[in-house]
Design a protein around this ligand. Structure first.
Ligand SMILES: [Zn+2]
Ligand SMILES: [Zn+2]
Length: 216
């Protein structure tokens, strides 16, 4: 999840009915019939099961609508206007509580991804491998962009890309194989190989590793 305006995470909303701090939750997907969304990515919901609104809501819904459910108090960011959200169970929204710290981290990652994608077109002429590596090593980045980054990797002819890639755990084995192919070509073109014992780069024609002295 990505939030445009991170400052909403610093907001504190207190439920006017129970004086308990409301939880910052992800906005539920818009119901097709609703037309408009909430105009916000998060909402503050009172998840206190002892809240009078929630406790009394079951009966109200039963009487008025004849089905099982209750209400949770809700406020949108930047507003103290109280809304009543209909919930079908006690569990509703408890799974969508936003953790501000992880939200900030996700935003940071997304920002880096966006910058890297924007830099892809010119990184080769600027000889800046950073955006390429950022995308290759970002498992959450768009696969199309990562694939483009891997295609660019070889043109940099930069052996420093090997260690970060070797130390990365790819969830996508296709990308891993593509990277391995690039590394294979890079090593070959630079007359290098990786020592099978210490993983240092050594001359392709070496019989003994310069670093660990093992016979290769
Ligand atoms: Zn409350
Ligand atoms: Zn070695």
């Amino acid at each position: 999840m990505y939030i445009q305006n991170l400052s909403v995470l610093d907001e504190t909303h207190i439920c006017p009915d129970c004086d308990i701090k409301m939880s910052c939750c992800e906005v539920p997907p818009v119901h097709v019939g609703d037309g408009l969304g909430w105009g916000s990515e998060v909402m503050f919901i009172c998840l206190n099961d002892e809240c009078p609104t929630f406790k009394g809501g079951w009966k109200k819904i039963d009487v008025n609508y004849g089905h099982k459910g209750s209400f949770r108090n809700m406020q949108l960011p930047g507003s103290k206007e109280l809304n009543a959200l209909m919930v079908a169970s006690k569990m509703a929204f408890t799974g969508s509580i936003v953790d501000p710290e992880s939200m900030r981290e996700q935003n940071e990652r997304y920002q880096k991804e966006k910058e890297a994608v924007a830099a892809l077109d010119t990184c080769l002429e600027k000889n800046d491998i950073t955006p390429v590596m950022t995308l290759i090593l970002d498992e959450s980045a768009n696969p199309k962009d990562r694939s483009r980054a891997i295609d660019l990797l070889k043109s940099f002819n930069d052996l420093s890309c090997i260690d970060p890639i070797r130390n990365h755990t790819f969830r996508n084995t296709e990308f891993e194989q593509k990277c391995n192919m690039v590394i294979f070509v890079l090593l070959k073109e630079n007359y290098q190989k990786e020592c099978p014992f210490c993983a240092e780069l050594i001359k392709a024609q070496a019989k003994k590793c310069l670093h660990c002295k093992a016979e290769v």
